[in-house]
Design a protein around this ligand. Sequence first.
Ligand code: FES
Length: 120
Amino acid sequence: MEMPQIPQPTFYIFKCEQSAPPGMPKPSCVSEQTRDLFNHMAQSMMQKGLMGPVQPIRTSCLGRCQMGPVMLVEPGHHMYVQLDKEKIDRIIDEHLIGGNPIQEYIIPEQFWGEPLSLAK
Ligand code: FES
């Protein structure tokens, strides 16, 4: 049986959708003010014809809660922090379409750094 070819996306976007229960002192990426960011991103990408080449994925905590809302763009390990709608629009236009990550929105080096090694 011949299987149809399924092309892979150019980018995956992992958007943290974790919210903390009311009264929890720890910050989280989704609050009353930020709960529509994923839908905003998905709608913008749909309008620009990017669904397919770009696959947005809702995730739980990515471990950088103090800097939320955050999302990780792969390939490239680009972790964008303190997101709002304007930043997401710029990331779509300049990074996804234009191919230029926006350095000023990327997590500071001291909170990210080099990937951990698997070697013991
Ligand atoms: S809640 Fe989003 S990174 Fe932890």
